[in-house]
Design a binder for this molecule. Sequence first.
Ligand code: ATP
Ligand code: MG
Length: 332
Amino acid sequence: MGDNVLLEVKNLRTYFFLDEGVVKAVDGVNFKIEKGKTFGVVGESGCGKSITAQSILRILPPRGEIVEGEIIFYRDDGSVDLVKLDPKGQEIRDIRGKEVAMVFQEPMTALAPVYTIGDQIIEAILLHQNVTKEQARKIAIDLLGRVGIPKPEERVDAYPFELSGGMRQRAMIAMAISSNPSLLIADEPTTALDVTIQAQILDLIKNLQKEMGMATMLITHNMGVIAEMADDVAVMYLGKIVESGPVNEIFYNPKHPYTVALLKSIPKVGKKVKGRLESIEGMVPDPYNLPTGCRFHPRCPSYVEGTCDKAEPPEIEITTGHKVSCFLYGGR
Ligand SMILES: Nc1ncnc2c1ncn2[C@@H]1O[C@H](COP(=O)(O)OP(=O)(O)OP(=O)(O)O)[C@@H](O)[C@H]1O
Ligand SMILES: [Mg+2]
């Protein structure tokens, strides 16, 4: 770590203030993303993965607010705390889409339906690079070719609805990488696609990353995708990171009962899965009324009454870089 850190999130808390109550979507999260590496974030629906990403880019939905913490973005010429920036100001707008780019699950929401994909990529290029419109079009065609879109010189003039889901996702990736970002945030980039296309898109991201040396924050609920892609992993549950570490530690030496349950839920090839995570007992609790103590205790097979429901488990370092928050490993 050390000099290689690109982004450092410290004690981040992002809450929603709603009429029904306060939703602590992200509640004291710490992690570091290293330059050029893939940082995987995994957890069930609603655990705060997307809100963590949106906090970094300062694109939170209404009523969502960062109430505490720091998000330090390191550059060669110094660092900046993204939390301190005005979310509508020039500085974050310069960073967004240029140094930190994002791709989403459903490209239709990011691509405007009334403009061709070429127009949209060209606009992104003109926003961040000092080139003419003609040069930008050449760059756009080149990018579309690089992300594996066939006949890019024709497809550049296609509208998003004229492309398949997989091709749209490629076009969005082309737009995202057009500015040579140092960090790509990919939020469930393949969830909406069928399995073969998913694998192709993940391969594409991996290859681009190698070529360009960019870091990726890859958000998914799929441990299989994490295994395939990530260098480091954070497992989230109800707004907290319950376990984190190098990918091999998480897969071969998982400590948190929630991580263990997630690993059991990896769909086997050829096996039909009913739910997303059929091996985990119980439901994710109501976000307005989080469980006391360890938030996982009501669903935990190793739950110890009088301990796990009373206090929040401290974070314990098992081996270098492998951290877990669970009373099974100390802190009682
Ligand atoms: N616009 C919003 N208004 C109010 N609450 C929200 C909003 N967006 C998210 N939340 C709440 O914040 C919490 C975290 O949501 P988030 O979208 O980060 O989950 P996620 O881990 O990305 O889930 P998924 O896998 O379904 O995408 C949830 O309890 C959710 O209900
Ligand atoms: Mg999400």
